[in-house]
Ligand binder design. Structure first.
Ligand SMILES: [Zn+2]
Length: 279
């Protein structure tokens, strides 16, 4: 037992990681996740490549509706060792989009690439095109007490994905980009202000919808995915802030591993329908 613990500890120290899954080392990379997390090997996984010619128009879905404050909210920015995530004190609710229930925002986090933004970084692709940044707004079904309980339920989660490409300066991102250096290492947190409205308008009238999974272990297949059809801009200098300030590693790691390419490769569609709503 003790020897086993030592082996695990030395393994983690070697990797400089705080968990048994990762993006950047072969032995814990996405292709191996299913070994510890069997759901990652199931057949309705995310992300996917959305082939627009194969999507099914469904005008009955209606727009995505996000209700909540228009004001800037207090929140917390955390490096969780795989991404940076923001939680807000203001409450936001997701409905519409053919959802049976209302969903409550738990927080949002980012997936991104490396110093070559043309190389990709988003999780979802559209017609085989990856984007340098994707933001995931994670909502849990409001009939459950919290995210932890909802994660155990088949109708527990809905995630809105927003894709970004290099372009103009994006004021919505600036509230927290300037704070990234304070959460450089895994486990670090800082207070932050964010205006969700600038990211996520009250109505989204163009999106793709399909049934999939969490894109990180446990890869549970209980996520209604809503991927916004309109790609948003981020300036190159803002993108550079993201890729140059963060590490996967714990504070004090001898050779900290830069947080780059924290996206899962696209997964097979396996006959699932991808709906599209466009007002
Ligand atoms: Zn995500």
């Amino acid at each position: 037992m003790f020897r086993h613990i030592l082996i695990v500890l030395s393994h983690l120290a070697l990797l400089g990681h705080s968990a048994d899954w990762c993006y950047d080392h072969e032995e814990c990379a996405p292709s191996h996740w299913y070994l510890h997390y069997p759901s990652c090997g199931l057949s309705s996984q995310s992300p996917i490549n959305i082939i627009t010619a194969n999507t099914v128009a469904d005008s009955s879905l209606g727009p995505i509706v996000v209700e909540g404050s228009d004001a800037t909210s207090e929140g917390e920015l955390t490096n969780n060792g795989h991404s940076v995530e923001v939680t807000l004190t203001s409450k936001y609710t997701l409905s519409g989009a053919g959802l049976t229930d209302a969903y409550t925002l738990a927080g949002f986090h980012i997936h991104f690439g490396n110093s070559n933004p043309t190389f990709g970084g988003s999780e979802h692709q559209i017609n085989g095109n990856a984007f340098p940044l994707e933001v995931h707004f994670v909502f849990y079904n409001s009939i459950y007490i919290d995210l932890t309980e909802a994660k155990q339920q088949s109708d527990g989660l809905a995630v809105v994905g927003v894709l970004f490409q290099i372009g103009s300066f994006n004021s919505a991102l600036d509230h927290f980009l300037g704070q990234l250096s304070q959460v450089a290492y895994s486990g670090q947190k800082t207070s932050v202000q964010a205006n969700l409205r600038k990211f996520l308008p009250a109505k989204i009238g163009y999106y793709f919808k399909y049934n999939g999974s969490l894109t990180t272990p446990t890869c549970s297949e209980n996520v209604t995915w809503l991927v916004a059809g309109n790609v948003q801009p981020i300036s190159l200098s803002q993108y550079t802030q993201i890729i140059s300030n963060l590490y996967f590693s714990l504070p004090g790691a001898a050779n900290p591993v830069p947080m780059l390419d924290n996206f899962r490769p696209t997964q097979p569609l396996n006959g699932r329908t991808v709906s599209v709503y466009r007002k």
